[in-house]
Design a binder for this molecule. Structure first.
Ligand SMILES: [Zn+2]
Length: 70
């Protein structure tokens, strides 16, 4: 994965932590972070959903600030 802004290689650990990212750490900080992490409390767990559940009680999603365009 290559950073969209500077063209540097994004470290694999960052890709694992933030699979949605298209920027390296430096550029992400520069633009104030390109994704927002949203954590919602989930009362009922639905089987077969694509959501990532941590501890079964929190639904964590990453929302891209930038549209994937161009
Ligand atoms: Zn970069």
């Amino acid at each position: 994965m290559i950073c969209r802004l500077c063209g540097n290689v994004i470290p694999e650990e960052r890709m694992e932590a933030l699979p949605e990212t298209e920027l390296c750490v430096g550029c992400s900080a520069k633009v104030g972070g390109e994704v927002v992490m949203i954590a919602n409390e989930v009362r009922t767990s639905k089987e077969g959903s694509m959501k990532i559940n941590y501890g079964g009680g929190v639904d964590v999603r990453f929302v891209r600030k930038w549209p994937r365009s161009r």
